[in-house]
Write a protein that binds this ligand. Structure first.
Ligand code: MEV
Length: 314
């Protein structure tokens, strides 16, 4: 009997969510909250011991199908809140893809897993970019569609009319606080909302271009270790995302409460609910400010490894 253990980290987005769906630049960092699972062969599909319906888990169904399997037994445990903007779904797909590939004795490279997990997320949501799955597979920091040295290029992923060039980036030591609103928000409908707005309104299209532009400025600020500039750009990005209609009162409240103690703050991920991320050197004050407005604060560590997989034979 073979049992596979796999894990993959969540992430937050420093700059560029939503615009990245249209091939614009974005920057994402993996965090020290992971999705863990063990997977073994079974003649029924089971999650944590219970028979489960693959139709309600389309990303897992896609991954099994691509690997010529119809069912497995999965034990899973996650420290990434679902629908929190911290990449829980991508981390699940990355860990599951790595585990199923290993179970089927197929190669398990970061690139193959990032691509397969992206296709699974796309199959399940009908839209999106490979940012979250690439950040989770590789870990550390990644930039999409930002020019840099060729040796930093990890992989390219194309879908429909877009190609995303994914590179690894070195991030200086910085402290980030996450503030979770406690409100779960599904990514698909928010991405669809932005698409409709963009397709019907030239102004929304310009906002998406502007997000791309400030992400490139943010990359320069990161390279120069300029936290003041980076923070300003994050707060500006939050305002642009609000104009696109993906912020909420709860998110704005947490951003405004954090800003007196921060270089910058913004929603992270799809928005709607989920979380904010704050760049600060006063994490305790930011945590208190977030908690006083009803949010759940936690300091995140970056610079963490991507997917991990190991095989146990009994
Ligand atoms: C979600 O974490 C990020 C979005 O840009 C969607 C995507 O890139 O797939 C909103």
């Amino acid at each position: 009997m073979i049992e596979i253990s796999a894990s993959a980290p969540g992430k937050f987005v420093i700059l560029g969510e939503h615009a990245v769906v249209y091939g614009k630049p974005a920057i994402a960092l993996a965090i020290d909250r992971r999705f863990h699972m063990t997977v073994k062969g079974d003649d029924e599909f089971r999650i944590n011991g219970e028979v489960a319906d693959l139709r309600t888990n389309p990303h897992m169904k896609y991954i099994l199908g691509r690997n010529g399997m119809t069912s497995v037994s999965v034990q899973m445990d996650s420290r990434i809140p679902t629908g929190s903007g911290l990449g829980s779904s991508a981390a699940l797909s990355v860990a599951f893809s790595a585990a199923v590939r290993a179970l089927g004795d197929r190669s398990v490279s970061e690139r193959e897993v990032a691509e397969e997990a992206f296709e699974a997320e796309y199959f399940s949501q009908g839209r999106g970019s490979p940012m979250d799955t690439s950040a989770s597979a590789h870990g550390h920091g990644i930039a999409l569609n930002v020019s840099g040295s060729e040796s930093d290029r990890l992989w390219d992923i194309s879908k429909n009319e877009h190609t995303w060039h994914v590179s690894k980036i070195e991030i200086p030591a910085m402290t980030f606080v996450v503030g979770y609103t406690g409100i779960r928000a599904a990514t698909g409908p928010l991405v669809e909302k932005v698409r409709k707005y963009k397709d019907s309104n030239r102004f929304a299209f310009d906002i998406i271009n502007e997000i791309g532009q400030i992400t490139l400025e943010g990359m320069d600020a990161l390279r120069a270790d300029d936290v003041v500039k980076l923070g300003e750009l994050m707060t500006k990005d939050h305002k642009l995302l609000s104009i696109l209609g993906v912020s909420s009162n709860e998110l704005n409240k947490l951003v405004n409460a954090s800003l007196p103690y921060a270089y910058g703050a913004k929603l992270t991920g799809a928005g709607g609910g989920g979380s904010i991320v704050v760049l600060t050197d006063q994490p305790d004050k930011v945590c208190d400010a977030i908690a006083s407005r009803g949010g759940m604060p936690f300091v995140v560590k970056t610079g963490v490894d991507g997917m991990k997989v190991s095989v146990k034979r009994e």
